[in-house]
Design a protein around this ligand. Structure first.
Ligand code: TYD
Ligand code: ZN
Length: 400
C-alpha cells in the first residue's frame, strides 16, 4: 500500500484482527448486517506518519446516527470553554474575525463564538443538527479543497481554523491541508489537537487505534504533512485529554519566530525513537502482553464468579474487546450514559450496553474503566455516589 501523505510504499507491522465499526453499536435484529474489516497499522519510514492500513468508507462511520456527543463530558465542556477564552484573547482581537471549526460536533466549542463570524462543518447530520440547535451556524458536509472554495466565495478568508479530534480522522489529509491553506488569511492561524502518538506508545494505549483514527500524529509528522501546504508548525501544547493529546499551532506567515518548544518536542520525539520502526515492533509486543494479562484477569474473575462490568462504551473499547476476543461471558455488560448506545450491543463482541444501574451491584464487582481518559471526572463522581460499590480496573497506562 502507499502512504496517504507521501505516496511511499509502506506495509503493516501489526494486525489487530477482524474489527467492526468502533462506534457501530448495534441492535440484535441488525447483527446479520454487521460490517467487519481488518485493522492493521503501518508506519511510514519516509514522512514518519503512523496510519492504519485500510479505513472503512467514511460514510459508514459518520452519518445520521453518529452516537458521539462531545457535550456529555463535563470535563470536555470545561476544556473547550477555557480554550475559547484563550483564543479570543490571543488570536481573535477584532470583532469581525472569522472562525471556522472542522468537525464541530454538537457545537461544544463554537457556541462560545456566537458573537463572532463563525462556521461549523460537521458531516454527521444528527450531530450537526444539535450544533444548529445550540445556535451554531453549521453545514453538514465533509471538508475538502472543493468545499474550501465554496466557503471562500460565500464567506471570505478565515482568521482562525480549529479542529479537535478530527484531523486524525481524515484520510485525504493532503486535500484537507490544501483546503485549509486556501481558506486561511496570510496572518491566519490553524490550531488543532489530537491524541498524541507519544502517549499511545508510552502507555501501550492501543485502544486509540480504530477505524476513525486513520492517523496518530507526532509533532514531527504534523510538521512534515502541513509544511508542504505552506502551513508551518510554530507552537505545540501537551494536553491531558483523550489519554494524552497534543495541540498544534500552524500559520503561513514565516517571519515570526517559532516557539522554542517545537524544536524541543521534536528532539524529544527523536530521543524516544518515534521516528524509527523498531519502536513500533516493540509496541506490538507490548500490545500482545496487555492482551494476555487482561484476558487472564477476566478469566480469573470468571472462575471466582466475580461480575465484571464495563464503564463507558467508548469507541476505544471496540478495539480492546475485539482484539482480546472478549464477549459477555467475561464482561457481563457495559454501562454508558449515551441514550443512542443504550439497549444496543457492543460492536463485534455483542456485550449489552445499558444505562447505569447500581441496584444489583456488590462490593466484589469489578468495573473496567473503558473511558479511562475521563478517569478524574468519573472516579470523583463515583466517590460521591453512595450506590457505587465495587473495584476499578484501569486498563491504561499499561506498564509492561
Ligand atoms: P470518550 O472516551 O470520550 O470517547 P471515545 O468514544 O472517543 O473513545 O467516550 C466516553 C464514553 O463514556 C461516552 O460514551 C460517554 C461515556 N461516559 C459515561 O458513561 N459516564 C461519564 O461520566 C462520562 C464522562 C462518559
Ligand atoms: Zn509517508
Amino acid at each position: 500500500m502507499k502512504c496517504r501523505v507521501c505516496n511511499n510504499e509502506i506495509s503493516s507491522f501489526m494486525s489487530f484482527g477482524k474489527m467492526p465499526i468502533a462506534n457501530g453499536f448495534i441492535k440484535k435484529k441488525d447483527l446479520k448486517k454487521e460490517y467487519f474489516y481488518n485493522l492493521e497499522t503501518c508506519f511510514c519510514d519516509n514522512c514518519k506518519v503512523f496510519q492504519i492500513k485500510k479505513q472503512p468508507d467514511p460514510k459508514k462511520m459518520f452519518h445520521g446516527n453518529y452516537p458521539f456527543f462531545s457535550s456529555l463530558s463535563k470535563g470536555m465542556v470545561k476544556h473547550f470553554n477555557s480554550l475559547s477564552a484563550k483564543i479570543k484573547k490571543n488570536f481573535l482581537k477584532k470583532s469581525d474575525s472569522f472562525i471556522i471549526e472542522l468537525g464541530c460536533n454538537d457545537g461544544i466549542f463554537l457556541k462560545n463564538f456566537k458573537d463572532y463570524k463563525h462556521l461549523g462543518i460537521e458531516p454527521s447530520r444528527n450531530v450537526a443538527r444539535e450544533a444548529s440547535k445550540n445556535g451554531v451556524k453549521t453545514i453538514s458536509e465533509f471538508f475538502s479543497y472543493k468545499l474550501s472554495n465554496k466557503i471562500l466565495k460565500k464567506n471570505g478568508n478565515a482568521d482562525l481554523i480549529y479542529s479537535a479530534n478530527v484531523m486524525c480522522h481524515i484520510p485525504n489529509i493532503n486535500d484537507v491541508a490544501k483546503g485549509i491553506s486556501n481558506l486561511l488569511k496570510y496572518r491566519g492561524v490553524l490550531i488543532f489537537e489530537d491524541p498524541y502518538l507519544g502517549d499511545v506508545i508510552d502507555k501501550t494505549s492501543f485502544d486509540q487505534i480504530y477505524d476513525e483514527h486513520v492517523f496518530l500524529f507526532s509533532a514531527l509528522s504534523v510538521k512534515n504533512i502541513f509544511s508542504k501546504f505552506n502551513l508551518n508548525l510554530f507552537k505545540v501544547e501537551r494536553l491531558q485529554t483523550h489519554g494524552g493529546s497534543m495541540r498544534y499551532y500552524l500559520r503561513k506567515e514565516k517571519k515570526i519566530k517559532n516557539y522554542y518548544n517545537v524544536n524541543k518536542i521534536i528532539i524529544s520525539e527523536r530521543k524516544r525513537k518515534l521516528h524509527l520502526m523498531q519502536t513500533y515492533i516493540q509496541f506490538k509486543k507490548n500490545c500482545e502482553n496487555f492482551k494476555k494479562n487482561f484476558k487472564n484477569f477476566l478469566l480469573q474473575n470468571k472462575s471466582k464468579n466475580i461480575n465484571v462490568i464495563g464503564y463507558g462504551a467508548t469507541s476505544k473499547s471496540t478495539t480492546i474487546l475485539n482484539y482480546c476476543n472478549i464477549n459477555k461471558d467475561l464482561i457481563s455488560q457495559i454501562f454508558d450514559i449515551t441514550k443512542l448506545k443504550q439497549n444496543k450491543l457492543s460492536p463485534g463482541t455483542h456485550i449489552p450496553i445499558n444505562n447505569f444501574d447500581y441496584n444489583l451491584n456488590t462490593k466484589k464487582d469489578y468495573y473496567v474503566l473503558f473511558a479511562w481518559n475521563h478517569k478524574k471526572e468519573i472516579l470523583n463522581k463515583e466517590l460521591k455516589n453512595k450506590k457505587f460499590r465495587g473495584k476499578w480496573y484501569i486498563p491504561f497506562p499499561y506498564n509492561k
